[in-house]
Design a protein around this ligand. Structure first.
Ligand SMILES: Nc1nc2c(ncn2[C@@H]2O[C@H](COP(=O)(O)OP(=O)(O)O)[C@@H](O)[C@H]2O)c(=O)[nH]1
Ligand SMILES: [Mg+2]
Length: 343
């Protein structure tokens, strides 16, 4: 059991993300049509006479073009990440990033097109084999080509959509789902970035995150044999959740699934430009949005001002109380257990 009271079931995010990096390049309708016909055009097979040559060549052309198209559709169906019912994170994130209905519809269309192509090909091959007339064979081929390109054209929108998904999947958070993760929250200028870089064992990396232009900042902390992630989310948790539009709320929802522990920073010096009253209100809003997630509250810039509050105070600038803050964080993160560790 983890601190949320249940097993953490987000281990599959990592797998899904890894899978997403192997998503094949999706061709547009035009590219796929060109590829199939270009390959077919190069094929000639010698037969025993003119009719036999035509027949064998046509069979080979139909097989090649049909297979290229069918294999493309099939590989899209197989290689795009599946929406897994057991995974409470992935469907929500897919919906947030690309829209789950269109995603399912597009993969369904690929499946339809693959089957339809295969049937059409089998039919055309049978007709060619039966035929004894060169001009009939030519017309079977050209009608097959016409139908094949019509199938491809019919799923043009879905191909374009999946093409776009590939890019979007790549931009999903590069957060390691199997590492206990601290997310830092608080108003702008309270000292989040400074703290993350101070706690991080190496320079934090910036990773893209849906609906943020700045991305998220990922730092790493080491504790004996364990590693932790420490994440700064510019623009996400630095304003009241209640003031957010739907898309921002969804971005925060997605973030919720990546967060094991929150470190909320208050700046009592108010040099950040926000009153303590506003800062406390933001803290309440984060508490409401992240129910069940432990929140450590700490007060920054103790070199400027310390107030009586019972919260830990520190200064990332002077290093004051940084060891205590670090220990407090690690103590919370150590409580996070992953399924594989339970075995
Ligand atoms: N005096 C003082 N200034 C600090 C401290 N930590 C951060 N700052 C300053 O506060 C400003 C905002 O810090 P930053 O880390 O960018 O805040 P963020 O917007 O929350 O990421 C910068 O000018 C920092 O140099 C501190 O412990 N003491
Ligand atoms: Mg910052």
């Amino acid at each position: 059991m983890n601190v949320h009271g249940t097993f953490i079931t987000r281990g599959s995010i990592g797998k899904d993300m890894a899978r997403s990096y192997r998503i094949p390049t999706v061709l547009s309708a035009e590219e796929l049509t060109d590829k199939a016909f270009h390959r077919a055009a190069k094929i000639t097979v010698n037969g025993t006479n003119a009719l036999d040559t035509k027949k064998k060549t046509t069979l080979a052309k139909i097989t090649a073009s049909g297979d290229i198209v069918k294999d493309a559709f099939t590989s899209y169906v197989e290689k795009f990440p599946r929406i897994d019912k057991d995974d409470d994170f992935f469907p929500e994130l897919v919906d947030l990033v690309i829209g789950i209905d269109m995603y399912k519809k597009s993969l369904g269309a690929m499946n339809w097109a693959a089957n339809k192509t295969e049937r059409l090909k089998t039919e055309a091959l049978r007709e060619v084999r039966r035929s004894k007339d060169g001009s009939v064979i030519d017309s079977i081929r050209s009608s097959f080509y016409g139908r094949l390109s019509s199938i491809i054209r019919q799923v043009d929108d879905e191909l374009l959509f999946l093409q776009g998904c590939k890019t979007k999947f790549r931009n999903l958070p590069a957060v390691d789902a199997n590492v206990a993760t601290l997310v830092v929250a608080g108003f702008p200028n309270v000292g989040k970035s400074k703290l993350v870089s101070t706690l991080s064992s190496a320079a934090p990396e910036i990773a893209p995150y849906p609906f943020t232009t700045k991305g998220i900042v990922i730092g790493h902390m080491d504790d004996d044999w364990r590693k932790y992630q420490i994440i700064d989310t510019p623009g996400l948790l630095d304003r009241s959740i209640d003031e957010r539009n739907d898309i921002e709320k969804q971005a925060i929802l997605a973030l919720r699934y990546l967060t094991h522990v929150i470190l909320f920073i208050l700046d009592p010096s108010e040099t950040c430009g926000y009153s303590m009253e506003k800062q406390e209100a933001l803290l309440e809003s984060v508490k409401r949005g992240f129910q069940g997630v432990p929140i450590i509250v700490a007060e920054s810039k103790n070199d400027i001002l310390v107030r009586e509050s019972g919260n830990l105070n520190f200064s990332a600038e002077t290093g004051s109380n940084m060891d205590i803050l670090r220990d407090t964080i690690i103590k919370e993160l150590r409580k996070i257990r992953f399924e594989e560790e339970e075995l």
